[in-house]
Design a protein around this ligand. Structure first.
Ligand code: HXC
Length: 274
């Protein structure tokens, strides 16, 4: 297998696949948009002409991210402080977005929490915290945005994972939470389809340069074993995920709803024997 060092991951989202004005006049509302994969997806969508509101707990981080996103794309970005566990803060963020841009077309439910811990080491509050951020936070975001997304016949994208497809040790809390997210998206797709609203899930694998990888990756493993984990010879990049997000919001995906898309370079198919 080729060494992962031989490949350079495309870190920036592509602007060459779709036409530059693909999302002109559209508005994205993204929770967790201040960093990582969600920031990358926001950048990709803004690069195609959309304005965006990004929601997160830390206002200073959001303000810095909004500045960067506008500088990179030339589009407006509104930082909205909010915690997806608190519905009122989401309703306030939606109201600010409507006041600024007048509409919401696309929603990314991306706010998430994670850490490695065995079930025996998880307090009840630790488990609840992650379910509240990931699953309840997704529900709260849907509730706050749905009237506007119906109006625009828009679409949802939920950032989930692949780790709950099999039993991933030390990830019981996140596995339960993300399974709930996938289920919510499917029901949303079926219930809101008649209103012209689509809902899909993105399931990133190991994506370099994300807080999730920093928190989860076993550091210092020998390179050869690590290379075996990547069929495409490299880790995924934020750009890899962002480009799939652009596709799923685009009219090219107009009949795609209620689906889960792994962006993991076939990692999920690997079975190794000791
Ligand atoms: C065991 C832990 C823990 C750990 C926190 N807790 N870290 N338990 N091991 N390492 C427990 C605390 O002790 C507490 O329980 C409870 O969790 C809540 O912790 P708080 O710090 O009070 O909560 P809060 O400030 O709301 O922080 C939430 C958080 C934190 C999830 C714990 O890590 C966070 O804010 N994360 C946001 C950023 C993040 O995680 N991004 C990565 C997403 S990546 P007690 O009982 O003591 O009260 C991702 C990708 C998945 O989701 C897929 C990857 C492939």
């Amino acid at each position: 297998m080729a060494s992962i060092k031989a490949f350079v991951a495309p870190t920036a989202p592509s602007t060459e696949t779709f036409r530059a004005d693909l999302f002109k006049g559209k508005v994205l509302f993204c929770t967790g948009g201040g960093s990582g994969i969600c920031k990358g997806m926001t950048e990709a969508i803004m690069k195609h002409g959309a304005s965006a509101a990004i929601v997160g707990r830390k206002l200073d981080r959001l303000q810095a991210a909004a500045k960067e996103l506008t500088a990179a794309t030339g589009q407006k970005c509104l930082p909205c402080q909010g915690d997806v566990r608190q519905p009122k803060t989401l309703h306030d963020a939606v109201a600010a977005t409507i006041a600024e841009f007048g509409r919401i077309d696309f929603v990314i439910c991306g706010a998430a929490g994670n850490f490695l811990a065995p079930i025996s080491g998880l307090s009840e509050n630790a488990f609840r915290t992650v379910v509240e951020i990931d699953t309840l936070g997704t529900f709260n975001t849907i509730k706050a945005t749905i009237p506007h997304v119906r109006k625009s016949k828009g679409a949802y994208l939920h950032v989930s994972a692949t780790l709950h497809w099999r039993a991933t040790p030390f990830q019981a809390h996140v596995s339960a939470a993300k399974a709930g997210v996938d289920a919510l998206s499917n029901v949303l797709a079926v219930e809101e389809g008649p209103h012209g609203v689509r809902s899909n899930v993105l399931a990133p694998g190991a994506i370099a340069g994300t807080e999730g990888m920093d928190r989860l990756s076993a550091k210092g493993k020998d390179a050869e074993k690590r290379d075996m984990m990547y069929p495409l010879g490299r880790m995924g990049s934020i750009g890899d995920v962002a480009n799939v997000g652009v596709f799923l919001f685009s009219p090219a995906a107009s009949y795609v709803s209620g689906q889960v898309f792994a962006v993991d370079g076939a990692q999920e198919h690997i079975r190794t024997f000791q």
